[in-house]
Design a binder for this molecule. Sequence first.
Ligand code: ATP
Length: 234
Amino acid sequence: MLLEVTGLKSAYGRIEALHGIDIQVKEGELVALVGANGAGKTTFLRALSGVQPASAGTIRFDGVDIGRAKPEKRVEMGICQVPEGRQVFGPLAVEDNLRLGAFRRKGKDVEADLEKVYDTFPILKKKRNEAAGTLSGGQQQMLAMGRALMAHPRLLLLDEPSMGLAPLLVGEIFNIVQMLREQGTTILLVEQNAFSALAIADRGYVIETGSIVLTDTGEALLADDKVKAAYLGL
Ligand code: ATP
C-alpha cells in the first residue's frame, strides 16, 4: 500500500470537518474521492499535504507514519499536490514554470523530463516561451499538472482539475489524467464532477459532510443507485 489513511480527523477551531476518514491508495492506482461542495475534500487533501493539522488518525506513506511530518518533508517523500485553481506563476514563461517543478531534484534529467511533459501536453511546447498568465484555464491546468510531474511524484494529488473548465476541456483533462495513470503515475483525484472522475478511476470513495459513505470500484459506484441519484443527476 502506498498511502494508508486511517481514522483521520481534522477540525477548524471547534468545528470538526473530517470525522475519521479511511482511504487507501495502492501503487499505480487511480483513486477518486468525490463529493459535493463543502463535503471535506479540500480539507482532506490539506491534511494529507500537512498544511492542515489532523486531530486524530494516522497517515502512512510507503509504510512510514508521516502524520507529524512537515509539508516540505512530505513533498520530498514524493507527495505532490496540484492545487485547486492551478496557481501557476503568471508572469513567468511556461517553460520556467515547468522547470520550477524540478527545483528540488538533484539529477540532471530535467531536459529529458521537459521533453516528456511536452509530449504529454503538446500545447505547452507550442507556448513554452509565453507568460503562463496568458494561457487559457485548461492550458493552465495542464501546466500545473506538468509542473507537478517534473517533480517525479510518487503520489499525485489532483484537487478539482475540472473546476471552471468548459465541458470539452473537462474531457480533455480527464483523458490526460487517465493517460498519466497508464504511464504508471499513482493518482488521488479529488472531484465534484463525480461522473468523469469515477469513469476513469480504478476505485472511488464518496465523501459526505466529513465522512466516507461509500467505497467501491469506479465502475460499481457509477452504477450505484445512491450515487446516481445524489451525484450524477440521474
Ligand atoms: P469545495 O469543493 O468547495 O472545495 P470541499 O469538499 O473541499 O468543498 P472543504 O473545503 O474541505 O470541502 O470544507 C469542509 C467543511 O469545512 C465545510 O463545512 C467548510 O465550511 C468547512 N471549512 C473549510 N475551510 C474552513 C475554514 N478555513 N474555517 C472554517 N471552516 C472551514
